[in-house]
Design a protein around this ligand. Structure first.
Ligand code: S3P
Length: 202
């Protein structure tokens, strides 16, 4: 079962290196990053995995590999429903992995089956950011099929974020990355995961 992983020295100070070693040695749930596009799931997920010596996977990349073309091309050629089905199959295939950080596509939590799947094996971290910050981070926008055709991308970001709010709220932990550097955000995620009180994973 998951334990908080702060290793302290004799004076009670935190020993980060020893704490990190424990991330490798103990039987922990995986970490799944969910949230809207441009909140940092892929970048921070990769950094976190590197820091802990864990494997990193990105569901968009896995879908692209499975289908053999980019997310934008999948939307264009086969439609969103087909993409969502591939995404669900990819998530299922991750259920037996251990010590993996998973960056999910922004629409993953909109399917209940996907949330049930992630909750079986992962602590779920919801990354958020201000809509204006997201708009800057998602450029070039033509690579984002959910926003590419919007007449007013900022309004569409706001609309989709609010439509998905309840779905994202399945998370165990929430973090706003708007004003954090990637290093600060990863540090914060690590702290929050360590302090997380385990729930039943099944
Ligand atoms: C989507 C987000 C994208 C990708 C696809 C659909 C969404 O992933 O899965 O374009 O519906 O929010 P990122 O959140 O990694 O950009």
């Amino acid at each position: 079962m998951f334990q908080p992983l702060l290793v302290t020295d004799r004076r009670g100070g935190i020993n980060p290196r020893a704490s990190r070693t424990l991330m490798r040695d103990q039987s922990l749930p995986n970490v799944a990053l969910i949230g809207f596009m441009g909140t940092g799931k892929t970048l921070l997920g990769r950094m976190l995995a590197h820091r802990w010596g864990w494997r990193f996977v990105d569901t968009d990349a896995l879908v692209e590999q499975k289908v053999g073309c980019s997310v934008a091309q999948i939307f264009e050629r086969f439609g969103e429903e087909y993409f969502r089905q591939q995404e669900t199959e990819v998530l299922r295939s991750l259920e037996n992995l251990h010590r993996v950080v998973i960056a999910t596509g922004g629409g993953v939590p909109t399917r209940t089956d996907n949330v049930i799947s992630l909750r079986r094996h992962a602590v779920i971290v919801w990354l958020t950011a201000q809509p204006q910050v997201i708009l800057q981070r998602v450029q070039p926008i033509h690579t984002r099929p959910k926003l590419a055709s919007a007449a007013e991308p900022l309004a569409e970001i706001r609309r989709l974020m609010s439509e998905r709010e309840t779905a994202y709220a399945c998370a165990d932990i929430r973090l706003d990355t708007s004003t954090l550097s990637p290093e600060e955000a990863v540090e914060r995620i690590e702290e929050l995961v360590r302090g997380w009180k385990p729930r039943n994973l099944t």
